[in-house]
Design a protein around this ligand. Structure first.
Ligand code: ATP
Ligand code: MG
Length: 416
């Protein structure tokens, strides 16, 4: 069903206020089976509002508006709805009574501004706002139904649940929508997309799509089915197929993190870890300890930023640093094995690199060059990564940290 969300307010267009209402409304509508077809953001401008509302009212069976219902002169939603529907705008005794009752609770009386909030387009109904003064509106449109909710997020949410959700459920025909995702790391989004191309075909159900954020790729599966059991069955089948194709690239489901995946594997195998970090400044240890219960496997984290610290804390030899430089495969390996010995852990991870923006030496040691080493009792595996000079310091450190955790995860899986 054609579903449109329109958020209203100049503060949303100028970037002063982040439009969280649209994201929240979308997730709620998707959950009941009405996937939005369009998001529209309009400023507090009558002509622009009338234009967008007229279009949406003609094309979409379900339209949700948020914002612009307040008492100030820039709140134009009521007037714009009336114009878009081509009807008059009159004071509603019912709305006036509701506002009066709400204000009386706080010992306040009706002002002229409040009176404008009681204006209702002909043939529309008032939605009582028990959480604020601005009443909402609902009514028929040429293509279906619209609801107008206040912009204040808490009021908008309460009113959505009270008035919009029942209509959305009814119109969606009782279909159940389930959404879940698999979290992936270590494959380019384009390659990953090729691997599951047939599942991502437009119009297929379930629908499968990918999104990338900070080098983590989520494969999202959305299913609509007449019953929860059928939806779950279809969802699980797709998730299993994606896992089968992507193998160890998948590290978890839902909101999983690499550090959780690593933590679970360390716990299961009763192994301990220690970290030695230079350019990540403790980020790897920080993320490992973000997971509750990490004291069962993380023994110690060294932040050895200066060469002298690498020598004193980890026993890296001064000659090695002189010969190869602190950012080198040799020093990363020595940091990992020295860290493992110093901490007495089963495994140790070491990171050394150039996070920038300064400090790079072209061509052999550019910004973004990072060496990551993993030591266990049998071997030390040190690898070179070039994350790219286009990345910021924050991104290079983030990427280094995730890559280090992923190397550890793959080693624990027996595939690294
Ligand atoms: P009220 O009378 O309750 O203020 P309103 O409909 O007039 O209702 P707006 O004036 O549009 O609401 O918005 C009030 C405040 O709510 C804004 O200043 C902003 O902080 C927040 N807000 C509005 N729209 C959004 C949105 N789309 N996402 C997040 N916050 C929003
Ligand atoms: Mg307002």
């Amino acid at each position: 069903m054609n579903t449109v969300i329109i958020s209203i307010g100049s503060e949303l267009l100028t970037g002063q206020c982040l439009d969280t209402n649209t994201a929240w409304l979308s997730a709620q509508l998707v959950a009941v089976g009405l996937e939005p077809t369009r998001h529209v953001t309009v400023g507090d401008d009558l002509d622009a509002l009338v234009k967008e509302l007229s279009l949406a009212f003609r094309e979409a069976a379900f339209v949700v508006l948020t914002g612009g219902l307040g008492p100030t002169v820039d709140d134009l939603t009521r007037e714009a709805v009336a114009r878009a529907l081509g009807v008059s705008l009159d004071v509603s005794a019912e709305a006036l009574g509701q506002i009066e009752r709400f204000l009386a609770r706080w010992g306040r009386v009706l002002s002229d501004a409040n009176r404008t909030q009681a204006m209702v387009p002909a043939d529309c109904s008032v939605l009582e706002n028990r959480w604020g003064t601005a009443p909402g509106l609902t009514g028929r449109t040429p293509a279906g139904l619209f609801h107008a909710l206040p912009g204040v997020p808490a009021e908008m949410k309460a009113m959505f649940e009270a008035y919009v959700l029942p209509d959305a459920r009814r119109l969606a025909g009782g279909a159940v929508t389930l959404v879940d995702r698999l979290c992936c790391f270590g494959m380019a989004e384009s390659t990953l997309g090729e691997t599951i191309k047939d599942l991502m075909r437009r119009g297929r159900t379930p629908s499968v799509g990918t999104t990338a954020s900070g080098a983590i790729i989520s494969v999202r599966v959305v299913v609509q089915a007449p019953s929860v059991d059928q939806a779950r069955e279809l969802l699980e089948a797709d998730l299993a197929e994606v896992r089968r194709r992507l193998g160890s690239v998948v590290f978890g489901r839902g909101d999983a993190t690499l550090q959780q995946a690593v933590g679970e594997a360390l716990l299961a195998q009763k192994l301990t870890i220690a970290t030695a970090e230079s350019c990540t400044g403790g980020l790897v240890a920080k993320r490992l300890t973000d997971v509750p219960g990490s004291s069962a496997y993380l023994l110690e984290g060294f932040v050895t930023y200066a060469n002298a610290a690498k020598i004193r804390r980890l026993g890296v030899s001064a000659e090695l640093i002189d010969e190869f430089g602190a950012v080198s495969e040799e020093v990363a390996g020595a940091m990992a094995s020295g860290c493992r010995e110093a901490a007495g852990s089963d495994l140790a991870l070491a990171v050394t690199g150039i996070a920038g923006p300064g400090g790079g030496q072209k061509p052999e040691k550019p910004v973004g060059l990072v060496y990551i080493a993993l030591a266990d009792g049998l071997r030390v595996d040190a690898r070179k990564f070039t994350f790219g000079e286009h990345l910021s310091r924050i991104e290079i450190r983030d990427r280094s940290c995730k890559t280090a955790l992923n190397l550890l995860r793959l080693r624990l899986l027996g595939s690294g």
